[in-house]
Design a protein around this ligand. Structure first.
Ligand SMILES: [Zn+2]
Length: 133
């Protein structure tokens, strides 16, 4: 067992709010981790053991952060049930076009805003924005 205290979600949220007080945009997950680590390191001697995916999920849950997902096209035959961004449940959204009668099927995640069409979008980069109030 590690004796150093684990960093709580609340501490990470606090660090995130400090980061976004200074930066209105953070252009990658790596940069965000560096900035959060810096904020956490200022007050505590503990090393941030925050994994990028945990940090991303906490950022998604912060109402002052807007997540922008960059992606590339993936395999259309791939069956996706879970959101590749946050692990949330993907909802099936059917769009009926009135005139052509064509049905396009999309999947979207309510939690983080990820969506995909037939060609499954694979997240490649995340950009974090300060949400305007
Ligand atoms: Zn999601």
């Amino acid at each position: 067992m590690n004796i150093t205290t684990a960093i709580s979600d609340e501490q990470i949220k606090e660090a995130l709010s400090k980061v976004f007080n200074k930066n209105h945009i953070v252009t990658s997950q790596n940069n965000l981790k560096k900035l959060v680590d810096k904020e956490l390191g200022k007050n505590k001697k503990q090393k941030s053991g925050v994994s990028p995916s945990r940090l991303r999920n906490i950022a998604i849950s912060c109402d002052f952060i807007k997540l922008e997902i960059h992606s590339r096209e993936g395999d259309p035959d791939k069956i996706m049930t879970k959101c590749p961004v946050c692990g949330g449940i993907l909802r099936n959204v059917k769009n009926l076009t009135i005139w052509g009668g064509e049905v396009t099927i999309e999947f979207s995640c309510k939690n983080c805003g990820y969506w995909t069409g037939k060609k499954k979008r694979i997240p490649t980069r995340y950009v974090f924005h300060l949400k305007k109030k």
